[in-house]
Design a protein around this ligand. Structure first.
Ligand SMILES: [Zn+2]
Length: 266
């Protein structure tokens, strides 16, 4: 009964591995996964995956890294994609970490997408790197979906957790927080109210430290290790340890949180 709050199953690097990945996901007991599109070019693939697998919840968005790739009618295309029902809005967000960012364009694109999520009350999945103050200003003053939104792989400070919760935030714990050098972020996650916690892989990105990963997946293009989506179980185990919970108790709570934010199965 495991729920992946954030991955990218549509990534081309996973395509040739998918039959095996699907079997391994079934073996660990995956119940549902939110599959996040990041640019217009991958939205159709997300739809295909959702049609093929009842456990895929599709989500569509223009990621801050890809704002430059948007076409003049990206808004209509996004509205049409989420309009098919059962979908979320994301991955969207703000990023001052990536080289050559255009923050003005990111802000405009994010604000429009958050407005779309708010108008249709769809769960939004947010990415934020080195832009927490700006994100807070937009969330504080702008419309947010009533059902809430996910701050995926939350890397912000502990002091902002409470204000974000007041605006509807959930926080997903990522396997890369299990790395030794991420002790400070693990401390933040130790203090997040249990009813706002979710678990994610971000697969095929953000691999777990090798000693924690249960599944290995070499990228056929360059041989580097991808994050296998079934490492979700190892991420749950790491968070259960951190919170002093049994895996069963954590899984039951996360299932409830996931369904509260993302809704039941279509
Ligand atoms: Zn992502």
């Amino acid at each position: 009964m495991l729920f992946d709050a954030h991955n990218h199953l549509q990534a081309p690097a996973l395509a040739s591995h998918l039959p095996r990945v699907e079997m391994e996901l079934a073996a660990i007991g995956l119940e549902r996964a939110v599959v996040n599109g990041t640019c217009e070019a991958d939205w159709e693939r997300v739809t295909e995956l959702a049609q093929a697998h009842p456990w895929v919840m599709p989500s569509y968005g223009l990621h801050p890294w890809f704002v430059d790739s948007r076409t003049p009618d990206w808004r209509e295309r996004l509205a049409a994609a989420v309009g098919k029902g059962g979908a979320g809005v994301g991955e969207i967000g703000l990023d001052r970490w990536i080289e050559g960012f255009d923050f003005e364009a990111q802000t405009e694109v994010f604000t429009w997408q958050m407005g779309l999520a708010a108008r249709h009350n769809l769960p939004a999945s947010l990415h934020c790197l080195k832009a927490w103050g700006a994100l807070w200003d937009l969330l504080r003053m702008g419309a947010v979906p009533e059902c809430g939104f996910l701050l995926h792989s939350y890397s912000g400070p502990a002091e902002m957790v409470e204000p974000f919760i007041k605006r509807g935030a959930y926080f997903s714990f990522s396997g890369h927080f299990l790395a030794a050098r991420k002790a400070a972020q693990r401390e933040v996650f130790r203090g997040i109210p249990i009813e706002r916690l979710l678990v994610e892989t971000d697969a095929p990105d953000m691999p777990l430290p090798p000693e924690r990963a249960r599944f290995a997946l070499p990228d056929q293009a360059d041989g580097r290790m991808l994050n296998h989506p079934a490492n979700l179980l190892a991420v749950y185990e790491g968070l259960a340890e951190l919170r002093g919970l049994t895996l069963e108790n954590l899984a039951a709570q996360v299932a409830e949180n996931f369904q509260r934010l993302f809704g039941g199965r279509r």
